[in-house]
Design a protein around this ligand. Structure first.
Ligand code: NAI
Length: 330
């Protein structure tokens, strides 16, 4: 089966090649998949895509016209895929529902601990021979209230980690997870999360009802100096509202691995270009904002699992073993 891998980076090629077998002919393209680049898919039955590929209706129509039968996402999220359009054109969509929840949950912790103890600033100071501590004061996470939004695989893992640090964890999720309940963690309302949390970490998918879940109204209900961590999807946060709250000091710390407009920024070396996104540029000016470029998934364990499951999905699809494919339902 011929597979066109879009948005391919050297690490994708390395891990996918490692898991590939002779029945799959993988061809790697650096281009992002969108309606313009969809022309490349001619002659391929499968396109393998990532988080910032644009699988809107027009792209999907072109894929269908070119004979594509399967969109194999090599990630968990699929908010960038128009599922209705895919169904209409008879294209199946599959994903990797779970690869390493630890990778993302641990990255959320890394963002939080770096911000909370000002490690990013301390790193630079020491390299400048500056050992002063002014401005580096942190706070103990022990016994702090941590509000987790979304308690699926990553959220549940994050809950366990924060409990291990001695935090008082509460969760909001419309579909409670028994694994989290078994930890003795309470499910509470969103209002309670906003009002009581010292730290809020987002682990829910991007859906119409979660878009801009962090907005000026929810921020106004939060504690002064709250820390917000988002490793989920950028558009969960209304960035303009967050900038206002950072300026006033209402938000004390912001750790992001994802950004609303990341599709035009992340995963590329843009160091020779001028940054055109003024909102992102403003975010970068705050010492209490830490941004990584969507690298939560980027561990050896996660990449191995992503490659194995993605290629397993494609092989099962080719063999007509559809029940074993991790299909995304409309
Ligand atoms: P999951 O599907 O296991 O869990 C998502 C949870 O969110 C579920 O428990 C669901 O009930 C809950 N949820 C649904 N609607 C909600 C709402 N309105 N409010 C609160 N919770 C709601 O997903 P998983 O694997 O835990 O991933 C979570 C998110 O992490 C993904 O959607 C993806 O966007 C993001 N992600 C980020 C990565 C990175 O590299 N930064 C890598 C992998 C995933």
């Amino acid at each position: 089966m011929k597979v066109a891998v879009f948005s391919s980076k050297p690490y994708d090629e390395k891990y996918l090649d490692k898991s590939a077998t002779d029945d799959l002919e993988l061809r790697f393209f650096e281009h992002k998949l969108d309606r313009k680049t969809a022309v490349i898919s001619k002659g391929y039955e499968v396109v393998c895509c990532f988080v910032n590929d644009d699988l809107s209706e027009q792209t999907i129509d072109e894929l269908a016209d070119n004979g594509v039968k399967l969109i194999a996402m090599r990630c968990a999220g699929y908010n960038n895929v128009d599922l209705q359009a895919a169904e209409k054109r008879g294209i199946k969509v599959c994903r990797v529902p779970e690869y390493s929840p630890h990778a993302v949950a641990e990255h959320a912790l890394a963002l939080l601990l770096t911000l909370n103890r000002n490690i990013h600033r301390a790193y630079n100071r020491v390299r400048e021979n500056d050992y002063s501590l002014n401005g580096l004061l942190g706070f103990d996470l022990y016994q702090k209230k941590v509000g987790v939004i979304g308690s699926g695989k990553i959220g549940a893992t994050f809950c366990g980690i924060m409990q291990g640090l001695g935090c008082d964890v509460s969760v909001y999720d419309p579909f409670p997870n028994d694994e989290v309940k078994a930890l003795g963690i309470d499910y509470v309302s969103l209002e309670k999360i906003w009002a009581e949390s010292d730290v809020i970490s987002l682990h829910c998918p991007l859906l119409p009802e979660t878009r801009h879940i962090i907005n000026s109204n929810s921020i106004s209900q939060m504690k002064q100096g709250v820390a917000i961590i988002n490793t989920s999807r950028g558009a969960l946060i209304d960035t303009r509202a967050v900038i206002g709250a950072l300026k006033s000091g209402h938000i004390g710390y912001l750790g992001l691995d994802v950004y609303e407009e990341e599709a035009n920024l992340f995963f590329e070396d843009q160091s020779n270009l001028l940054l055109q996104d003024d909102i992102f540029a403003r975010l970068l000016t705050f010492p209490n904002v830490l941004i990584t470029g969507h690298q939560g998934f980027f561990t050896n364990e996660a990449l191995n699992a992503i490659s194995n499951v993605t290629l397993g999905n494609i092989r099962n699809f080719a063999a007509g073993n559809i029940d074993a494919v991790h299909l995304v339902k409309v």
